[in-house]
Design a protein around this ligand. Structure first.
Ligand code: GLP
Length: 241
């Protein structure tokens, strides 16, 4: 893992944006798999802005890390987030966008379908955020490190974070999502783990200074060469060195 510590949220967003922008410029048909949530909002703004200027969205294939189980246009879905924070803001369309259908009745069949997409689509970039409990995607504490795309149950802290982030009542927040497993996450050429703010400092400390353990899912990324962790000073504030 490469660790990059930057000053603040803006610099974390800018640093991550630049890495993605360079991959999009260099590749003929780059495949970018996005995460959602509070952390990448600044990154999405920069991407939307660049796609409306000199960066070519029409050659980009988009995928997603995960999706909540629920109605397609519920306030918290990845589907809605991607539209509101990117596609609705950009005048041109991407080459493709294949997302997990969290409203599919037969969810096992949908998992199989998306697994097939992932098996046949090598990702150049996988963007990740970090849960306060160290989760990535919905690989919550206790998830085996050989996980592949699956239907995950959220920890209580994750349900609370979702309710907070999307300004909804806790009783309306989803408690399950389909998520890539560690296997698919790490198949990307570059995995960008973004972390900002003091509320994530404890998780960052566990990721970098604690044991590599399923108790802190993201600790598994620590000895992986294709992972770049981009964090701000507040998120880094509890690190020993
Ligand atoms: C959520 C999502 C993740 C996200 C993470 C951090 O539960 N499943 O995809 O990256 O938790 O969210 P946030 O950036 O809002 O703190």
């Amino acid at each position: 893992m490469e660790l990059i510590i930057v000053k603040n949220y803006e610099e974390m967003s800018e640093k991550t944006f630049k890495i993605i922008k360079n991959v999009i410029k260099d590749k003929e048909n780059p495949v970018i798999s996005m995460t959602t949530g509070g952390t990448p909002r600044g990154l999405f703004k920069k991407l939307a802005n660049a796609f409306n200027n000199d960066l070519d969205i029409e050659k980009v294939k988009f995928l997603n890390l995960d999706e909540y189980i629920g109605e397609k246009n519920a306030p918290y879905t990845v589907y809605r987030y991607m539209n509101e924070n990117l596609f609705d803001l950009v005048s041109k369309k991407p080459l493709s966008w294949d997302y997990i259908h969290g409203d599919e009745k037969n969810i096992e069949k949908e998992i199989e379908r998306y697994k097939n997409v992932l098996d046949n689509t090598k990702r150049d970039i996988q963007v990740l955020g970090l849960g306060v409990n160290g989760h990535i995607g919905a690989n919550e504490p206790g998830t085996a490190f050989d996980s592949t795309i699956f239907l995950a149950n959220h920890d209580q802290s994750t349900i609370e974070s979702t309710a907070n982030e999307y300004n909804i009542d806790i009783s309306d927040a989803p408690n399950q999502m389909v998520t890539m497993g560690f296997k698919e996450i790490l198949e990307a050429d570059k995995v960008l783990l973004m972390v900002s703010g003091s509320k994530k400092a404890e998780a960052v400390k566990n990721v970098l200074d604690g044991p590599i353990s399923t108790a802190c899912p993201a600790s598994y990324l620590r000895d992986k060469d294709n992972v770049i962790m981009i964090i701000d000073e507040d998120a880094a504030s509890l690190l020993e060195k």
